[in-house]
Design a protein around this ligand. Structure first.
Ligand code: ZN
Ligand code: ZN
Length: 217
């Protein structure tokens, strides 16, 4: 079913394949790939190339991170979610790798207010990057912010529009240091996203900036 238009970059997929990404990013890749045939195929290609390179340079190869392997295994165990008959919306909002990580679907999430009606749930990952789930009420906007590093946001439910582009379920928006943006959730349905970042966001307006250390985003 997924009609995904915004994908992961080759760089990210290669990093995942090589086991060199932070845990939070691995979670993003596993979740996206479980919904996206195209990126799953690209990842498989990198995996086979990487395997061949590793075979040749075994002696000085970096070991694959355990968590990357675990995420991959979880993915294989879960298998693709899409392609089945259109079920009455019960297969879960969270992709299988995320459900495994959290221990359930939406009902297992403990939301906390992030201000302006936005809620978030921070996921426990290694500290080199952070992962959180965001709930943006239908029609509401995320606070305007810039980034200190790389941020990837994948839609799990609903949709948002940012700078004239629409992101629906499975789509990933990749924001870098030079982008200031204000994603706005579609009216009609609350938007739930997985967001990972390797640096704290730089909020522009005063209130979110004061709150930032407390929200840990
Ligand atoms: Zn993709
Ligand atoms: Zn952002």
């Amino acid at each position: 079913m997924a009609n995904i238009k915004h994908h992961l970059t080759d760089e990210i997929l290669m990093g995942y394949s090589a086991g060199s990404l932070p845990e939070a990013f691995n979670l993003m890749v596993a979740a996206h790939v479980s919904l996206c045939d195209e990126c799953r195929a690209r990842l498989a290609a990198f995996d086979s190339v990487g395997g061949a390179v590793l075979d040749e340079t075994c002696a000085d190869a970096a070991p694959m991170k355990d968590d990357a392997l675990a995420a991959t295994l979880a993915l294989i165990a879960g298998g693709p979610m899409d392609g089945a008959a259109p079920a009455p919306r019960k297969p879960g909002v969270l992709p299988k790798p995320l459900q495994d990580y959290i221990g359930g679907d939406l009902e297992a999430i403990r939301w906390r207010s992030a201000g302006l009606g936005v809620k978030q749930a921070i996921l426990q990952t290694s500290p080199d990057a952070s992962a959180r789930l965001l709930l943006i009420p239908a029609g509401a906007a995320m606070p305007d912010h810039g980034h200190g590093g790389l941020e990837m946001t994948m839609v799990l439910q609903g949709a948002f529009v940012d700078d004239g582009e629409r992101f629906g379920r499975g789509d990933v928006e990749i924001a870098t240091e030079d982008l200031d943006h204000t994603p706005v959730a579609d009216i009609g349905e609350d938007c739930i996203c997985l967001a990972v970042t390797d640096a704290p966001l730089k909020f522009k307006s005063l209130l979110p900036r004061i709150a930032q250390p407390f929200l840990r985003i």
